[in-house]
Design a protein around this ligand. Structure first.
Ligand SMILES: Cc1ncc(COP(=O)(O)O)c(C=O)c1O
Length: 375
């Protein structure tokens, strides 16, 4: 017990103690922290329309079993077919992005696999890698030259090299040069590509299918992960891959096999949301514009940012300052949460602005004016 107290005290003293917030909803605050990138979760009319449209489908609130044992499969099969048709490949549902990454990566690896992953990938990917027990090397963030050299120097010894990256990085909002990864794969047949589109799905591409759609490389990526709890305004995740790999994952991804499946009604809702997302090109354009507006200000104020998306970091460099600015922003009516270690490397503590299409350009202007009084 003393050890627990010591660890908690250390977190507290370093400004890194996390606490669960009190409820901030319904207070008229402007939420600059959620992952509801298209603003779909803030539209009560959607729920009304869904319930009207959904009357002929299931209202089942539980699957009561894992996917392999569930009696009611209709909503899952339907959503997978719908997603599969959109991407032109096979889709397999998972309970969350965390389940997808922590289940698929170990399933894909053998002793002959070398994993090369970006230094800044999400914790769920790291956990998947650790569970896989494969040898892995992390390359410098977005350093594709280093990645290429690692592939060249290791390909003699490994028959299988799995490159893992995010398309849009969750804490910096910068993007991966995916076409270059595809070039590496084309040159080196040992390479398979795994791209987590958690923050790209809904936001990039003409139908919002992600950065892989934007670059027109959906068929070149072996596994694409999309999550439904962010721009999808729902919960769950999906893997896009070929039919054979889908069949293999059904038989080997432990998070798929050994966990109760999402409620059917939730997958009906997810499909309803994805149908909205396809047609939200105007919202995507608006999101791009307000993101540029805020990022331009952050750069002009002298802070480094490589954001090319709706995620914009204000890197202040220590936990206490990040918490302080976040608290003062909250007092001014904005929810913008501090991000500390271990989520980001020490010395890069930040406020993470996570914009959504429901925010007007005037609100961004007001936010910029508020920031000017704080920085
Ligand atoms: C890149 C990335 N992958 C996966 C996840 C996990 O997704 P989920 O919240 O659906 O578990 C996150 C969550 O923030 C993420 O940022």
């Amino acid at each position: 017990m003393n050890e627990i107290k010591t660890r908690l005290d250390a977190l507290r003293n370093n400004g890194n103690l996390r606490t669960i917030r009190t409820d901030l909803s319904g207070k008229g605050l402007i939420d600059l922290s959620s992952n509801d990138y298209l603003g779909l979760a803030q539209m009560p009319s959607m729920v009304k329309r869904f319930l009207q449209n959904n009357s002929g489908h299931t209202t089942s609130m539980t699957s009561s079993a894992s996917r392999l044992l569930a009696i009611n499969q209709h909503s899952y099969i339907n959503l997978e077919q719908f997603l599969g048709n959109l991407y032109g490949r096979s889709a397999l549902l998972f309970n969350s992005g965390y389940h997808a990454n922590s289940g698929i990566i170990p399933a894909l690896c053998t002793k002959q696999t070398l994993i090369l992953c970006d230094k800044l990938v999400h914790a769920s990917i790291i956990d998947g890698i650790i569970l896989s027990r494969a040898k892995f090397v992390r390359y410098r963030h977005n350093d594709i030259d280093q990645l290429y050299n690692l592939v060249k120097s290791h390909r003699e010894h490994y028959s299988d090299i799995l490159i893992i990256t995010e398309s849009i990085f969750s804490m910096d909002g910068d993007i991966c040069d995916l076409p270059k990864l595809v070039e590496i794969k084309k040159e080196c047949p040992e390479v398979r590509l795994y791209v987590d589109e958690a923050h790209g799905f809904g936001v990039f591409g003409s139908r919002g299918l992600g950065l892989c759609e934007y670059y027109n490389i959906i068929n070149d990526i072996d596994i694409i992960i999309g999550t439904l709890g962010k721009a999808g305004a729902s919960i769950g995740a999906f893997a896009i891959t070929n039919a054979e790999t889908k069949e293999y994952l059904i038989n080997s991804a432990r998070s798929f096999i050994f966990s109760t499946m999402l409620p059917p009604i939730n997958c009906e809702w997810s499909q309803f949301m994805v149908r909205q997302i396809i047609d939200m090109a105007k919202e995507r354009e608006h999101l791009k514009n307000i993101s540029k507006q805020l990022n331009d200000f952050i750069l002009s104020a002298g802070y480094a940012s490589h954001s090319q998306s709706q995620i914009i970091p204000l890197i202040v460099g220590n936990a206490h300052t990040a918490v302080n600015i976040s608290t003062r922003l909250l007092n001014m009516g904005y929810i913008a949460l501090p991000i500390r270690t271990p989520t980001v490397p020490a010395g890069t503590e930040r406020i993470r602005f996570s914009l959504n299409a429901g925010i007007s350009s005037t609100v961004i202007m007001e936010l910029i004016n508020a920031l000017k009084t704080l920085l």
